[in-house]
Design a protein around this ligand. Structure first.
Ligand code: 3H9
Length: 697
């Protein structure tokens, strides 16, 4: 008997306990163990079988690590059929998560009981797949088509009480899963409850599946799995038999298994978890955080304070005047109010946070007891240096001194203190209480304990934290500046911002780069260009003026109602600003550029090549530890379409030699600086991929 499934006969009940930590994924040993367990139960004369999971969860799904490898029998659909067709009464007791294949095992059981905190669902669409072991056929038969479609196409987790209402669970009861399972089985046996295979239920009534398919295609912005899931549910309604529906589901599942989208999404799943696994963090204990300080209560500082307060830590907010401090408090209250509206915070917690856990201050002395302080003041080196020397003077020994700078040199900031080992960058993304990404920027002197504390804070705030090294823009903004410059070059050479935005939203980005600039504020790029000009520009760099002209006229994008687009009050999408192209044309005329046409395909190739090339430099220079750190940064901070897995996964799937060939060709023709990244050249010459570097670490 396999150890992954432990077998025990208790009275008339054969108990199959899954023991495959950490999440009881349905790997080969578990699948074999279930089949063997059912056989033993039948031979042993048991009247019923109870299936449950040891440890923190029931089955969390198929073992994703097996995907892409040759499948090994028994396959999960066969295991599910075997469970359902057992002559014994089969009951599953759920706790933790019953997801994907896990829910399919539960649905193949004849009865289901769960503890109230159990989450069930079909997250396969988020991995570029659909349920592949009967889920799309069984769920609509018990919950109806609308609920099944919503659950399968959204991939959302459904809590046990809701699942009970939908008829997916039969009982919800608090307690130990084995104990509640056993007493439920005994009650069922006592009342001679019949076996209840869902496959024997009639096909559910259908809906307008073509309309649902089209709606999902649109919603997926290029991602296919949601739309394909609609076709699988359609088969539950329209196939001649349950077996024919299953066969259709399997066919669609296997088609998706072969796609790049599946590869990209599974890469994203593991990369998201791998970013926090770094050799420097092994065995290093983070410092304990009881209280956090924030310096500066503008949009960013208030957002950071809101995130910290929402995570249950008290905050001291330092501002320059009472008025500014109260304005910061109002911003925080408005952020928290949003959390109340979204059901993430109770009204009483809201009141308590504002009354007791947020302290306003205008004197640095108020920060003397905080364990970590995040500076979020104006992006100017002199201002930051003043803040850090004040922090150095008042903060207690061992306090972590963090800067939220987006670009500035953290080594230089650290050097203004007597304790550079305690100085770190914590680069939040706006709005900081919503955006998931946190760049933990490690300076030359930053201690590993302080780095571990940055990661621990990120985890506590529910962020995905990525380690970055110091350079202009760290990982994300450095790469952004390059592909943004590439887009600006294409505009001067003949493309329009609107064509570029459209090419990129067609690719899968939620917004194109010019719409993004309008959202974040054109003044940010303007300030950066001025700083770079003051530092002395590369003489070969093309310093375009059309964006400056918009700013000089007071058009900063959404916040002023006008930028690349014109926005109606309160609207977040706009129409092209008619003034922009004449500014662009004036810029072209001044430089003697004759506009040429760009195909959408060329726009995409150039934009992506510039992104991949800079990303390869960022990895090659050690600014990002691995290619996957770049992927996660772009996925969580810059709206990169998740189904491509990130820019470097996308590059691997496209083929690195073709990208390098383009870059070499353009480097001879263009004004844009196409210096091939040494790492990209090396990988191509060795016939390797970025993934090979992920595997090495
Ligand atoms: C499927 O079922 C297809 C079927 O319909 C058809 C098949 C024919 N496999 O997230 P955590 C690892 S598709 C392998 O940090 P949490 C994870 O990488 C599947 N490994 O814990 C991590 O490893 P490490 C449908 C898995 O408590 C460790 O477990 N199911 C799997 O925050 C802990 O994970 C899903 O998509 C897996 N299925 O969250 C569910 N799951 O420690 C995916 C996790 O080395 N999983 N690992 O970094 C989840 O959503 C969360 O892991 C879960 C726990 C909610 C379960």
């Amino acid at each position: 008997m396999s150890q992954a499934i432990e077998y025990e006969k208790i009275g008339d009940v054969a108990v199959l306990a899954a023991n495959n930590p950490p999440v009881n994924a349905l790997g080969l040993e578990i699948r074999k163990g279930i089949i063997n367990g059912l056989e033993s139960a039948e031979v042993d004369g048991a009247k019923a079988v109870l299936i449950y999971g040891k440890g923190r969860t029931y089955f969390s799904g198929a073992d994703i690590r097996e995907f892409g490898k040759p499948p090994v029998r028994p396959f999960l659909p066969d295991v599910c059929d075997r469970i359902e067709s057992s002559p014994l009464l089969v009951v599953s007791a759920l706790h933790g998560a019953a997801l994907g294949g896990g829910l399919e095992v539960a649905l193949s059981s004849h009865y289901r009981i769960a503890i109230p905190t159990t989450r069930i669902g079909f997250p396969e669409v988020n991995l570029g797949l659909i349920p592949g072991a009967g889920g799309s056929q069984r769920l609509p038969r018990i919950s109806g088509v609308s609920a099944a479609l919503e659950i399968i196409t959204s991939g959302r987790h459904v809590l046990a009480p809701e699942a009970l209402e939908l008829g997916i669970l039969d009982e919800v009861q608090d307690g130990d899963p084995c104990e509640i399972g056993l007493s439920y089985v005994q009650a069922l046996l006592q009342r001679s409850a019949p076996r209840r295979p869902i496959s024997e239920l009639p096909s559910p009534a259908g809906i307008d599946f073509d309309a649902a398919y089209e709606a999902m295609l649109k919603k997926g912005r290029g991602q296919l799995s949601g739309a394909v899931a609609v076709r699988a549910v359609q088969a539950a309604c329209e196939a001649d038999s349950f077996a024919a529906g299953l066969a259709r589901e399997r066919e669609l599942f296997l088609e998706l298994m072969g796609t790049d989208q599946r590869k990209g999404l599974i890469h994203a799943f593991f990369a998201e978890r791998a970013v926090a696994k770094l050799p420097e963090l092994k065995g290093v204990e983070p410092r304990i955080l009881h209280q956090v300080g924030v310096v500066g209560g503008g949009t960013m500082g208030a957002g950071i304070a809101s995130a910290v307060l929402l995570a249950g830590l008290p905050v001291v907010m330092l501002e320059m005047s009472h008025e500014a401090a109260h304005a910061a408090k109002n911003r925080i209250a408005s952020n928290l109010n949003g959390a109340v509206k979204r059901g993430k915070l109770s009204q009483s917690d809201f009141d308590e946070i504002l009354q007791d856990r947020l302290v306003l201050a205008i004197d640095y002395g108020a920060l003397s007891n905080v364990d970590l302080v995040v500076e979020a003041v104006f992006e100017d080196m002199e201002v930051k240096k003043q803040v850090f020397s004040s922090l150095d003077a008042v903060c207690k020994p061992g306090a972590v001194l963090a800067t939220n700078t987006s670009y500035l040199d953290i080594n230089e900031i650290g050097a203004t203190t007597s304790r550079p080992q305690d100085v770190i960058g914590l680069h939040f993304f706006s709005p900081a209480h919503v955006m998931k990404l946190l760049e933990v920027v490690v300076a030359d002197e930053t201690s590993s304990e302080v780095m571990a504390t940055g990661f621990a804070l990120g985890r506590r705030l529910g962020k995905v934290s990525v380690r970055a090294g110091v350079c202009d823009g760290f990982i994300g903004n450095r790469i952004l500046n390059t592909y943004r410059a590439c887009a600006d070059h294409m505009v001067l050479d003949g493309a329009t911002p609107y064509q570029i935005d459209k090419a990129l939203t067609d690719f899968g980005f939620a917004m194109g780069p010019f719409a993004v600039s309008d959202l974040s504020g054109l003044d940010i790029g303007w300030a950066m260009r001025k700083r770079k000009r003051a530092e002395g520009l590369n003489p070969q760099a093309r310093d375009s003026s059309y964006a400056d002209k918009l700013c000089e006229a007071g058009h900063f994008g959404q916040k002023t109602g006008r930028g690349y687009y014109v926005y109606e009050p309160g609207k977040r999408t706009g129409t092209p600003n008619p003034d922009v192209m004449s500014l662009v044309e004036a810029d072209r005329d001044a430089r003697g550029i004759v506009a040429r046409s760009f195909s959408d395909e060329e726009i995409l190739r150039r934009y992506m090549a510039s992104m991949v090339n800079e990303a390869a430099k960022v990895v090659g220079e050690g600014i990002a530890s691995r290619p996957l750190d770049v992927d996660v940064t772009l996925l969580f901070g810059y709206g990169f379409p998740r189904f491509f897995g990130g820019p470097l996964k996308w590059a691997d799937l496209q083929g690195l030699p073709g990208i390098l060939e383009d870059i070499r060709k353009w480097s001879n023709e263009d004004s844009f600086s196409w210096q091939p990244a040494p790492l990209l050249e090396q990988l191509v010459s060795e016939g390797k991929t970025f993934e090979d570097l992920n595997a090495h670490n």
